[in-house]
Design a protein around this ligand. Sequence first.
Ligand code: GAR
Length: 224
Amino acid sequence: MPALDDFSEDGPSIQWPLPQRDPGFPPAGPALRLGVMASGSGSNFEALVRACREGRLHGEVALLVVNNPGCGAQDRAERLGVPCQLLDHRQHASREALDHALVAAFRQARADLVVMAGWMRIVTPTLIAAFPDRLVNIHPSLLPSFRGIDAVGQALAAGVALSGCTVHLVNEAVDAGRILVQAAVPVLPGDSRERLAARIQRQEHRILPLGVRLAARALGIEGQ
Ligand code: GAR
């Protein structure tokens, strides 16, 4: 008999994604203003925009910041009509300088929460301290396993049978802040990095909006 708050699909033997608590609907209060940071294709950014527009997340993406000109995330922002700002790390003298610019951009956008949705740069205390418990990251592994770069490759090299993704708060240690939500996927025989990454990404798109809601609820800014 599944628990009342088990929202995962039924499966004959093993369940994945793992059972997750859903904070419940409908949220009250003003819509969350989200800032999003992306470096690459931007599929998680788009998943957040869609969750907002389809009513699964009571919010809107107020600003996307990208660090790579012409990246997929920038194209998606244009197609989706989301304000997008380029802050190219190559144009900033240090990590801190880039993070000061990020803080200014998200403050100006009046972001309640900032989501690192495929941001491939290490962030500094400058950004973390500006958004305490309000900076959320998504990482393609079941943390605390496989922190850092190429988490999918690390999982394949380790020969694990289950992999997945984690939405967590950001602190000063890399990929180590408080876990908000996770989903697991199987590693199948013959998986390539691309095939496993695609399987993980389908779950990322599902749990990222949920993780954002859980972070907002913990802060008391989503409404009860
Ligand atoms: C996602 O799989 C995300 O978990 C990963 O980058 C990908 C971005 O995809 N992030 C990290 O590896 C951060 N350590 P997307 O641009 O299509 O959203």
